[in-house]
Design a protein around this ligand. Structure first.
Ligand code: DQA
Length: 150
């Protein structure tokens, strides 16, 4: 049986989770969220590797490198969601299935957060469910990848 490995890619400012606007993003730190993802991955029979970067270039490099080893990507691009053509192009270029996730409900926030450059090139988007946006994305990807493998 193939053991799928999934990249969990966290964008800018997500390293500050826990102290960053907890009323919007919750009180868990990025380490807490990654720990929950690793635990869930174990139960689902997949592996996750987490990367956080504040720079657009580093996120693009992480997507390029994932071509070599990942079966799919869970991506919270943070503020770049609403600005970055380059990240969108990277997703298209690597051809991996990418799920867009957001902790907060971006549609219920400022108008500039309503548009995502990333969403049209992703498999789907999960927004507003706090840290569970990530765990639900992982459950979906693990199930979907195992279907493909059989
Ligand atoms: C975010 C939403 C973005 O609009 C914001 O810029 C972030 C976090 C979220 O997870 O809710 O940095 O991606």
């Amino acid at each position: 049986m193939i053991m799928h490995t999934i990249l969990v890619l966290h964008g800018p400012n997500l390293n500050l989770l826990g102290t960053r606007e907890p009323e919007v993003y919750g009180t868990l730190t990025l380490t807490d969220i990654d720990a929950r993802l690793h635990e869930l991955a174990r139960r689902l029979g997949v592996e996750v590797r987490s990367v956080q970067a504040n720079g657009e270039g580093a996120l693009i490099d992480a997507l390029h490198e994932a071509r070599e080893w990942a079966s799919g990507v869970i991506f919270n691009p943070g503020g770049y969601t609403h600005t970055s053509v380059a990240l969108r192009d990277a997703i298209t270029a690597v051809g991996l299935p990418v799920l867009e996730v957001h902790l907060s409900n971006v549609q219920a926030r400022e108008p500039f957060r309503h548009h995502s450059y990333i969403a049209p090139v992703c498999v789907g988007s999960i927004s507003g469910l706090g840290w569970r946006s990530y765990t639900l994305a992982l459950t979906y990807l693990a199930e979907k990848l195992s279907e493909r493998a059989t």
